[in-house]
Design a binder for this molecule. Structure first.
Ligand code: NAD
Ligand code: 6OD
Length: 484
């Protein structure tokens, strides 16, 4: 059986935590044994990361770091098929998705932050002094130190490198705790780190779970200087609490219950295409996914019917078959959670428009499959409409006026993302400015320019990452005042 090891101080080590089984979501088969890190292993990883700050890594010029980041991007591309296989096995997501989104973005993240660090200077201020000689202030960006990176399972390589790349670009060292569900690509990246000559201790990976396991050992380690986390809002609260010990910076990219808003002047074909992606892609396991949809009454029936047709059009099956467009959910536990909401919707009186259950997938009967699902008819207070499900489903509610749509969209404790569908440009700007979210897309969804600020409002997170905003988090800006 394949063993997945920790990567500590440039070496793959079994670790002394309790090993656990990693399963293929499409079949429920055990595909590897993950050797988890215990508290001492996490300590060894953090100690190695701290020591590496004073080694060759800490003395490297920005230009040398940039060259290494580009080699990391090339290294991922060179082993594209291995990364693809590892990601598909861990998640069950179809190769049609992973080969277009996850793996290319894993490489792109290193290139974009190489570009960003190359282009970012710092500020200077001349000032007058009483003796007339003046003084010069200038700021320098220094690494924060050891960054603890804690990641979820839905886009494993993409979301991990989204944090590791800027952290390394800024000269930090990292200890990564990937999700227990998806340990493989973070581990494989360790091999790429070795092959391109990243010094030992700069990139470390520790495996395990959250509470009383590698996740908590990492967040509570006093030598971790900053914590960056992507995952559920409740976990974010625990991580923020851990970060408060030692007053450490924290970046939180958390959950959402994202509203889509469709006006009756929208281009219907384009809208249905975009909406279907936003509701169902990656089996709905995207933090930016549309689980609440508000549609202007005049086109309500058309959108409901059109989205139902899209929901029924996906091809389930072997994730390695390029024609498969819908994979399973990540785990049996998550399947039970999503199916639980599907059942709740029906008992709460929802009208089921499409889906609602588990499909029969020939040859993959033991996988964690679920149908893309569309409901109407629930109240805005219902748990299905207020709580993040993280499955391929959406509830559609009609509205009459722009004000009503804005009110409905904002009626949530979350504030991650929205997509607004209209051909009225003034309305698009107006509404986008009034919905309380970190990211508004107009006539598109999950269209990413990696220089832009990414993050959530309200309970969807704290801080922004992306472009120069990542540099804000991964560096400490210091002012130096020189009296002339
Ligand atoms: P999760 O919060 O359960 O787990 C995320 C990571 O945190 C895992 O590695 C887990 O082991 C670790 N963890 C759990 N408890 C911990 C603790 N007490 N201390 C330290 N580490 C701990 O999230 P998940 O189920 O893996 O991912 C799905 C969630 O992530 C959804 O809520 C989704 O919206 C969110 N998400 C948000 C974004 C974003 O950019 N805002 C992106 C992707 C996913
Ligand atoms: O595209 C990104 O950079 C990003 N952080 C996406 C998050 C997707 C959530 O599932």
């Amino acid at each position: 059986m394949k063993q997945i090891n920790n990567f500590i101080n440039g070496q793959f080590v079994t670790g002394s935590g309790e090993a656990y089984e990693n399963r293929y979501p499409a079949t429920d088969e055990v595909i590897s044994i993950v050797n988890a890190a215990d508290k001492d292993d996490v300590d060894a990883a953090v100690t190695a990361a701290k020591k590496a700050l004073d080694g060759p890594w800490g003395r490297m010029s920005v230009a040398e770091r940039i060259a290494l980041l580009r080699k990391l991007a090339d290294g991922i591309q060179a082993r594209f098929d291995e990364f693809l296989e590892a990601e598909v096995r861990d998640t069950g997501k179809p190769v049609s998705i992973a080969s277009h989104i996850d793996i290319p973005r894993g490489a792109a993240n290193f290139n974009i932050f190489a570009d960003q660090i190359a282009a970012t200077g710092a500020e200077t201020f001349e000032m007058a002094t009483p003796d007339g000689n003046g003084a010069l202030n200038y700021s320098v960006r220094l690494p924060q130190g050891v960054i603890g990176v804690i990641c979820p399972w839905n886009l494993p390589l993409l979301l991990m490198t989204w944090k590791v790349a800027p952290a390394l670009a800024c000269g930090n060292t990292v200890v990564v705790k990937p999700s227990e569900e998806t340990p493989s690509t973070a581990t494989l990246l360790g091999e790429v780190m070795q092959s391109v000559g990243i010094p030992d201790g700069v990139y470390n990976v520790v495996h395990g779970f959250g509470p009383d396991s590698a996740g908590e050992f990492l967040t509570s380690h006093p030598d971790v200087d900053a914590l960056t986390f992507t995952g559920e809002t409740r976990t974010g609260e625990a991580i923020m609490q851990a970060a408060s010990k030692g007053v450490r910076p924290v970046s939180l990219e958390l959950g959402g219950k994202n509203p889509g808003v469709v006006f009756d002047d929208a281009d219907l074909d384009q809208t249905l295409e975009g909406l279907a992606r936003s509701c169902f892609v990656n089996t709905g396991q995207v933090c930016l996914g549309t689980e609440r949809l508000y549609v202007q009454r005049g086109i309500f029936d058309q959108v409901v019917e059109g989205l139902a047709d899209k929901a029924k059009s996906y091809a389930y099956g072997d994730p390695f078959n390029p024609d498969t467009t819908m994979g399973p959910l990540i785990s049996r536990k998550h399947l039970q959670k999503v199916q639980g909401y599907y059942d709740k919707a029906i008992s709460a009186g929802a009208t089921l428009i499409a889906g609602g259950g588990a499909p029969d997938v020939k040859g993959f009967e033991d996988g964690y499959w679920i149908q893309p699902t569309v409901w109407t008819g629930l109240s805005e207070q219902d748990a299905v409409v207020t709580e993040e499900i993280f499955g391929p489903c959406t509830h559609i509610t009609p509205f009459d006026t722009e004000e009503e749509a804005i009110h409905l969209a904002n009626n949530s404790p979350y504030g991650l993302a929205t997509s607004i569908w209209t051909t009225n440009l003034s309305r698009a700007h107006r509404v986008a400015g009034k919905i309380d979210v970190g990211i508004s897309w107009v006539n598109c969804w999950f269209l990413r320019d990696l220089r832009t600020p990414f993050g959530g409002a309200k309970r969807s997170g704290i801080g922004r990452e992306g472009g120069v905003h990542s540099l804000e988090f991964y560096t400490e800006l210091r002012n130096i005042c020189v009296k002339l």
